[in-house]
Design a protein around this ligand. Structure first.
Ligand code: GTP
Ligand code: MG
Length: 486
């Protein structure tokens, strides 16, 4: 099928966005199908996801009506979809929502041969599968896809049985095969996850704070990471994905010491154009060093959340949720350029996926370069509304929320305020160390500089007095070392 021809669609075809090149492969032509009970469906986000997955969106069929058990759309609309799919020669129909196994099979039967119905969950999983760069990400995606596939395979088998009433041995084998692969992926993932959490524990003992970036897809997490990182590359001139690109092995390693080099390798012109507003730009958990208010931190970028994904499949992206939950502090990045209602929805989606955190959560209203003061106030209110809803739903994360900071990761405006807000939120203890005048005291002092914040050093004839602040575990370690010297 030729991808060069453009088709005409009376509604939305040919917008700038739909023709934007992507670095992802050509997945084919697609029609969007969307239904909403209360309002005319809004399709910007599902179009964005489809484009990110490499589809050329050639049109949409939308409907305002209640849920339909057979097709996800009313019969009339489903038939219109079938006709349009045939006329416009599409490869896929992308449904903005979750289709049950039965709905998937019914739509599949109705649509022209070779046209696949793809729901939102499957679209996101395909996107992830294609972009997963690390072993852990691959395994998470494999597991999520298999879990998605299993009930759908069962449904297809049940329908085949209903038509020819013959029992097929190989059907059983197919289901068993899927179950076996699910077990395998689970076990392998457990091993990888264990190794990761061990490394995380080692860093903690070394006195480094773990800070995680969390937020909806496209909020600006990776841009903010580039701003905060010590080995800085300027977000305004770098390609949109430099430093976190899934194909760049130097940025995946869980060990930050391997990132000391220059991570900016994807800054060619086309990349930076197409990088704008591509959803799920980051598909892996990546970590960089940063200094926040005198404290050394490892800041972890994570996969963004997206609306209307069943919790189950978001949850299976364990690395993202785990690094957010376990962090000493979380930066909740919010795209403040979105309208207030959208801001509130996305914050709710993100926080309810995270559920709880060990550390404080500092919201960052990002992209303030695009807003005036009054608009910003409306976003602050939206954030507060969302936080109240999440608290009402009983999620512990609501209690961890700190006051929001407004900033622009792209222009760099107020990034220092972000740094200060995180370092203020990080758990800190202070102590006064009294050390003898000795070489050992000097080496303890240099360790203290590396592991926490040395606020004051007073030398006297009978010894050295050090005012020291840092993570509680580091302060305890400093006191132990100081006691050993006396
Ligand atoms: N105007 C403006 N644009 C920004 C700002 N921060 C990020 N962006 C743009 O927003 C888009 C998304 O930024 P990313 O940093 O890739 O967002 P992300 O949260 O990492 O997205 P995913 O990895 O897809 O979850 C890019 O086009 C950025 O250039 C900002 O402060 N102002
Ligand atoms: Mg990103």
């Amino acid at each position: 099928m030729s991808r060069d021809e453009h088709s005409d669609d009376e509604t939305r075809d040919g917008t700038e966005n739909d023709r934007r090149p992507t670095h992802r492969p050509d997945a084919g032509r697609a029609l969007i199908a969307a239904r909403d009970a209360d309002v005319r469906p809004e399709t910007d986000e599902i179009r964005g996801l489809a484009r990110s997955a490499g589809y050329e969106v050639v049109g949409e069929v939308t409907q305002r009506r209640r849920e339909d058990r057979t097709y996800g759309l009313g019969r009339g609309k489903a038939e219109e979809l079938m006709r349009r799919a045939s006329i416009e020669d599409v490869d896929a129909v992308i449904y903005d929502g979750e289709l049950s196994p039965g709905q998937t099979a019914s739509l599949s039967d109705l649509l022209p041969d070779g046209v696949e119905p793809i729901d939102r969950t499957r679209l996101v999983l395909d996107l992830f599968a294609e972009g997963a760069g690390s072993r852990a990400a691959e395994l998470q995606v494999e597991l999520a896809r298999l879990e998605y596939l299993k009930p759908r395979l069962r449904e297809l088998i049940a329908r085949d049985y209903a038509t020819d009433l013959r029992y097929h041995n190989e059907d059983d084998r197919r289901v068993l095969d899927v179950e076996r692969r699910i077990d395998g992926a689970r076990r392998a993932l457990d091993e990888v996850t264990e190794a990761r959490s061990e490394r995380r524990e080692q860093r903690r003992r070394a006195g480094v704070d773990a800070v995680a970036l969390a937020g909806y897809t496209n909020a600006g997490k990776s841009t903010l990471l580039r701003r905060l990182a010590d080995d800085v590359d300027n977000p305004e001139t770098a390609g949109g994905d430099s430093g976190t690109h899934a194909d760049d092995p130097s940025t995946h390693a869980d060990d930050p010491s391997t990132h000391a080099g220059n991570p900016s390798t994807h800054a060619d012109v086309e990349e930076s154009v197409s990088a704008a507003d591509r959803l799920f730009e980051t598909l892996d958990v990546t970590t960089r060093r940063a200094t926040l208010g005198g404290r050394r931190a490892l800041v972890t970028d994570t996969v963004g959340f997206v609306d209307a994904l069943p919790h189950r499949s978001v949850r299976s992206f364990r690395a993202t949720i785990e690094s957010i939950r376990d962090a000493d502090a979380v930066l909740l990045v919010v795209d403040a350029a979105a309208d207030p209602e959208t801001v509130a929805d996305r914050v709710r989606t993100t926080l309810s996926a995270v559920e709880e955190t060990a550390g404080p959560v500092v919201p960052v209203l990002n992209k303030v370069d695009l807003l005036d003061g009054r608009e910003l106030d409306a976003r602050r209110e939206a954030l507060a509304d969302a936080a109240a809803d999440v608290a009402a739903d009983g999620y512990a994360v609501a209690e961890a929320l700190e006051p929001a900071v407004a900033a622009s990761a792209l222009s760099g405006a107020d990034i220092d305020a972000v740094r200060e807000a995180v370092s203020a939120a990080l758990p800190t203890e202070t102590t006064t160390l009294r050390l003898p005048n000795s070489g050992e005291a000097q080496s303890l002092l240099s360790w203290a500089h590396d592991s926490g914040e040395v606020r004051d050093v007073t030398y006297a004839s009978d010894g050295v007095t050090v005012a020291f602040a840092g993570r509680p575990s580091v302060v305890a370690e400093a006191e132990r070392r100081a006691a050993d010297l006396r």
